[in-house]
Design a protein around this ligand. Structure first.
Ligand SMILES: Cc1cc2nc3c(=O)[nH]c(=O)nc-3n(C[C@H](O)[C@H](O)[C@H](O)COP(=O)(O)OP(=O)(O)OC[C@H]3O[C@@H](n4cnc5c(N)ncnc54)[C@H](O)[C@@H]3O)c2cc1C
Length: 381
């Protein structure tokens, strides 16, 4: 492992690898990634792979739209398969409040140029014929939303970064961040010390613990979310289906398995990623209501991962006033896979050029100090 680097990226999830690749793409190749496990062993490898642009805040919508443009060319750019497809996202509304929110979202999203539509229940069933529309009042649909394989995307970024000269260290845990005179000096790992000017915190659900190593207190809180996986079956539907009312999402993977996920709103924050039987029971019951056609399909496994939540469910990006050289790409609040491509680009632009191609001002620590948050994401599942 190098003992000096211009930039040390902490975390080998999709975000850390995207940041490292984008730094190298902009010509800054003296970059070291440190990952305490294996690449994508955190939330990235445990996520649903969904990529949606239908958000309630302009920041989240803009970032997702910019990421979709990057996902469209990513296989060619990285020279690696991503299993990216644009099968759309169908969001179901079950209450009058959800219908009102859906209409507001669609108006804002269309204003930003997104091709998204408000649907009747019958139109929703045209999109997913096996869907039960019992209780559905309306839906929204965007055909350019989609999904990709998180392991492949992360590997693609890491390999492309390595080809450009980035060093990627697996099984290397960061144990300290040395700070002096208000700036970052070095990152200490269980494999040695790396003197550096810049450190990027891309530690997912462990972001607050990593920030604390540098003496920083950031509002990123981990919550367990779980996923259940069925045996592979014939292709049934292309779009991801989500319901905020049921707090769940459903996706069919390319090889045919159906993945269904949710968190438990009553569970306290923790970094526990054990899988539990109460989840399996609860999600199965919900699935029977949404997709009764799955009733004879067998469950083959389940897993859990961490949502890294911020108070407004928008990411926490960029530098921090108290510490020069520290940059963060954290707090993705359950949607960091889909915005990783643009996040990697923006963080690299910040470090290399000092300016970013999309506005990130509203995504820094300043928004929490102001007292009242200007926007709070309402469309988190
Ligand atoms: C069940 C579930 C479903 C999800 N579904 C979706 C979805 O459909 N679409 C979507 O966009 N997002 C989804 N998400 C969210 C998404 O997975 C995350 O936002 C995204 O993967 C964050 O990537 P990351 O690289 O920031 O974090 P991670 O993938 O968690 O990577 C952080 C890495 O940092 C490493 N690390 C931590 N501490 C240290 C240390 N001290 N030293 C060295 N390394 C360290 C960890 O080992 C980890 O590998 C889901 C999340 C979960 C849990």
């Amino acid at each position: 492992m190098h003992d000096t680097a211009e930039v040390v990226v902490i975390g080998g999830g999709v975000v850390g690898c995207a940041v490292a690749y984008n730094l190298a793409k902009l010509g800054l190749t003296d970059v070291v990634v440190v990952e305490k496990g294996y690449l994508a062993c955190g939330a990235t490898g445990r996520c649903g792979g969904g990529i949606r642009q239908q958000w309630s805040t302009p920041h989240n919508t803009r970032m997702a739209m910019a990421s979709v443009r990057l996902f469209e060319g990513l296989e060619d750019e990285l020279g690696y398969p991503t299993e990216y497809t644009q099968g759309g996202y169908l969001i179901l509304a079950y209450t009058e409040d959800e219908v009102v929110q859906s209409r507001q979202n669609v108006a804002m999203q269309q204003g930003l140029g997104l091709d998204v539509h408000f649907l009747s229940p019958a139109q929703a069933r045209d999109v997913v014929p096996c869907l039960s529309i019992d209780g559905v009042l309306a839906a929204t649909y965007c055909h350019t939303d989609g999904k990709a394989n998180p392991f492949l995307v992360t590997q693609g970024y890491a390999r492309a970064a390595q080809r450009l000269g980035v060093e990627v260290n697996r099984r290397t845990a960061v144990t300290d961040i040395e700070v002096a005179n208000g700036s970052v000096q070095a990152v200490v790992t269980d494999q040695g010390r790396i003197a550096t000017r810049w450190v990027v915190n891309a530690a997912g659900g462990h972001a607050a613990a990593v920030a604390a190593l540098a003496g920083l207190d950031i509002p990123v809180v981990p919550y367990r979310h779980e996923i259940l996986v069925t045996e592979p079956i014939e292709p049934l539907f292309d779009p991801l289906i989500i319901s905020f009312y049921y707090g769940t999402y459903i996706v069919q993977a390319p090889h045919g398995s159906i993945l269904m996920g949710q968190g438990d709103p009553d569970e306290p924050p923790s970094t526990d990623v054990r899988a539990g039987l109460p989840f399996a029971r609860s999600i199965s019951a919900k699935m029977m209501r949404l997709l009764p056609c799955l009733k004879d399909v067998k469950v083959v496994r389940q897993w859990a991962g961490l949502y890294a939540m911020t108070p407004d469910a928008q990411p926490l990006l960029g530098p921090i006033d108290e510490l020069a050289g520290y940059v963060q790409a954290v707090g993705f609040s359950g949607h960091g896979f889909m915005v990783a491509p643009i996040t990697g680009q923006l963080i690299a632009e910040h470090i290399v050029r000092g300016v970013t191609s999309l506005p990130t001002e509203g995504l820094g620590m300043g928004r929490f100090a102001a007292g009242a948050l200007a926007h709070r994401e309402a469309s988190v599942v």
